[in-house]
Design a protein around this ligand. Structure first.
Ligand code: MG
Ligand code: ZN
Length: 197
């Protein structure tokens, strides 16, 4: 019985995600789902990227946060639409929630939507939000074993960002192991090394 309930939740999520994907395609909007552990640098990546991209594209951000609006506050200064989702303890975003957030945006006047998912490497990977691409972000202090320990995210991602490369000299981050594991999980996955700072 319980298994049946679980399946219907997943199915409802997938159906809604399909609707979202169709809607955004019809509007010519590209949506990115940014997933990482807490503290990997998702918000800083957006802070560094928005001023550059907004010269060329109309952008909105959907911010998922468990308890605060701290990240949304940090992005206020870029003068773009921000929809804040407080999950009240929830550990991921789902397509139903994203659909409501999209209702708050003027989709006729947007090119790109960034979703900053809740900091968590596990269930955000399993909830399709109707995005065009998932970005899996990891940072060097987390260790090189994240891909092999959380393969679902890396299997479904279109890009992996390795952040905080400025700390590589201080850490025992095994880059060979990191790249080898990624190749085994998802041969197509590109890795972008970055220091967002
Ligand atoms: Mg953040
Ligand atoms: Zn969750």
């Amino acid at each position: 019985m319980e298994i049946k309930v679980m399946q219907s939740v997943t199915e409802a999520n997938e159906n809604k995600a399909k609707e979202i994907r169709k809607l955004l395609k019809s509007k010519g909007i590209f949506m990115v789902n940014l997933i990482s552990s807490p503290g990997s640098g998702k918000t800083l990546l957006l802070e560094q990227t928005l001023p550059i991209l907004k010269k060329k594209y109309k952008i909105a951000v959907i911010e998922g946060d468990v308890a605060t609006d701290k990240d949304a506050q940090r992005l206020m200064q870029y003068d773009i639409p921000i929809i804040m989702i407080n999950t009240r303890g929830g550990c991921h975003l789902d397509s139903q929630t994203i659909s409501k957030a999209l209702n708050e945006l003027n989709l006729n006047n947007l090119d790109i939507i960034f979703i900053e998912n809740v900091g968590n490497l596990i269930c955000p990977a399993e909830f399709d939000l109707g995005e065009d691409e998932k970005i899996a972000m990891v940072s060097t202090p987390e260790g090189a074993d994240k891909p092999i320990k959380y393969p679902y995210l890396f299997r479904g991602a279109g890009l992996c960002i390795l952040n905080k490369t400025d700390l590589l000299d201080l850490l025992n981050f095994n880059k060979n192991e990191f790249y080898k594991d990624i190749k085994n999980i998802n041969r197509e996955l590109d890795v972008l090394e970055l220091s967002c700072k």
